[in-house]
Design a protein around this ligand. Sequence first.
Ligand code: GAR
Length: 200
Amino acid sequence: MNTSDSDPTGLRVGVLASGAGSNLQAILDSVHGNFGVEIVCVASDKPDAHALVRASKSAVATAVFPLDDYQTRETRDAAMAEHLRELRVDLVVLAGYMQILSADFIAAFFGRIINVHPSLLPKYPGLSAIEQALEAGEAHTGVTVHHVDEGVDTGPVIAQEAIAIAPGESLEALTRRIHQIEHRLLPEVIAQIANDAANG
Ligand code: GAR
């Protein structure tokens, strides 16, 4: 992994988030400023994403790339890639980023984009993964952190953690437990990537 010119042992991270940003918060609270990790920007497709508020409270730069401001998804993603390149981002973390990235964006950061997803991939990719596992009557579900490729939640798995679904468990209770795992697993993976980068 290439790290920045200014700090050869550091990992400059750009986070993409579309929504509440609880995973972003977990990253800000646990790895930002530790293990050589610096969150250098948070970008969103949604101007009103609460994730942007969380970033600002931690004095992390924000940027918004709404699809309506661009002619196509490709031109939007090109602008976003340029922004991340200017900030010399080493690792792009999708933390509840609910857009499919263009092929050119993936190519620009290939091998340096990770995503957190609330299921045991390859089961239940895409939207409403927790609901789908519950409605299917699964005995287990969990969390996956994976490399991002051009598919929807299809890249190679980096880390996965399973939990048993309790009989009669509500969607709210299961969602809460899934989020607790996400908030630990995603920062752990980022810290591990920083460690690997620092040790060549
Ligand atoms: C998280 O549960 C994350 O796994 C999921 O969106 C939620 C975002 O929550 N991502 C996906 O489903 C991606 N396919 P947050 O905004 O509070 O971090």
